[in-house]
Design a binder for this molecule. Structure first.
Ligand code: HPA
Length: 246
């Protein structure tokens, strides 16, 4: 006789949280230590809900609204695993990536914020979801609009434009960055396109709000400590986007 009683949900392959442990609104840094820091400094009453593979997740609240944070790890394969499982199995509706990026044009400087209104990529992800089509990898307009409005309150530079989500960190191809710059690309990072593709596939909303941690042309860079602390502006903008029309 087949067992007709389905097994209780005990988490996904990569997340050990119970049903209901995540809020519908999720902040997503790359680094697990940054996830812990966001939980400690930005959320109220945060409790840890998952730590599989050291990928830390917490749920608390922000301005009285339930909000979670979960690290994505590095790269499109990693972010797409966590985003898919959050949208598909935990009732998550919105994910805003709060990560770092390398600036490409001189007009974007270290410590500036870049809101990714599109994500170019050399990953296959945008091409495999619909046969024969390169999907446009873009954020939720509602979240983007809220973030753009919030950026106007910030005293220092916030740029809105396309980023390049690369599958290769150690890519020695300066001509590639010249070509991307000529086409208006503001920065390089490694996750936004994966997050946007997953949101598109799963019917969720997503956005990436990036702090510029280094500059590809000048070699300027934040220190490891500055990377930890200098992204409060991105976090404020990200939270406004998550809370848009809630
Ligand atoms: N390349 C890729 N990802 C990044 C970079 C970079 O220079 N800086 C921060 N994330």
């Amino acid at each position: 006789m087949p067992d007709l009683v389905s097994a209780p949900f005990t988490g996904t392959p990569h997340i050990s949280a119970a049903p209901g442990d995540f809020a519908p609104l999720v902040l997503m840094p790359g680094d697990p230590r940054r996830a812990r820091r966001i939980a400690e400094t930005f959320l109220e009453d945060a409790r840890r809900v998952t730590e599989v593979r050291g990928i830390l997740g917490y749920t608390g609240s922000h301005q009285g609204v339930p909000m979670s944070v979960l690290a994505s790890g590095m790269g499109i394969p990693s972010v797409s695993i966590y985003a898919t499982e959050l949208f598909r199995h935990y009732g998550v509706r919105r994910i805003v990536r709060v990560g770092t990026a390398g600036a490409i044009p001189a007009s974007v400087r270290v410590r500036d914020v870049v809101i990714a209104s599109a994500a170019h990529t050399d990953s296959s992800l945008g091409r495999v979801l619909v046969d024969g089509v390169s999907l446009s990898l873009a954020p939720s307009y509602r979240l983007l609009r809220a973030a753009a409005d919030a950026a106007e309150q910030e005293p220092s530079a916030v740029h809105i434009g396309a980023v390049f989500s690369s599958d290769h960190f150690y890519l020695d191809r300066p001509a590639l960055f010249d070509a991307l710059e000529r086409r208006g690309t503001l920065a390089v990072e490694m996750e936004a396109a994966g997050l946007y593709a997953v949101a598109c596939a799963e019917g969720g909303e997503a956005l990436a709000v990036l702090t510029v941690s280094d500059h590809l042309r000048t070699g300027d860079a934040l220190t490891a400590d500055e990377r930890e602390t200098d992204f409060d502006r991105a976090l404020r903008i990200a939270a406004v986007a998550l809370l848009a029309d809630v």
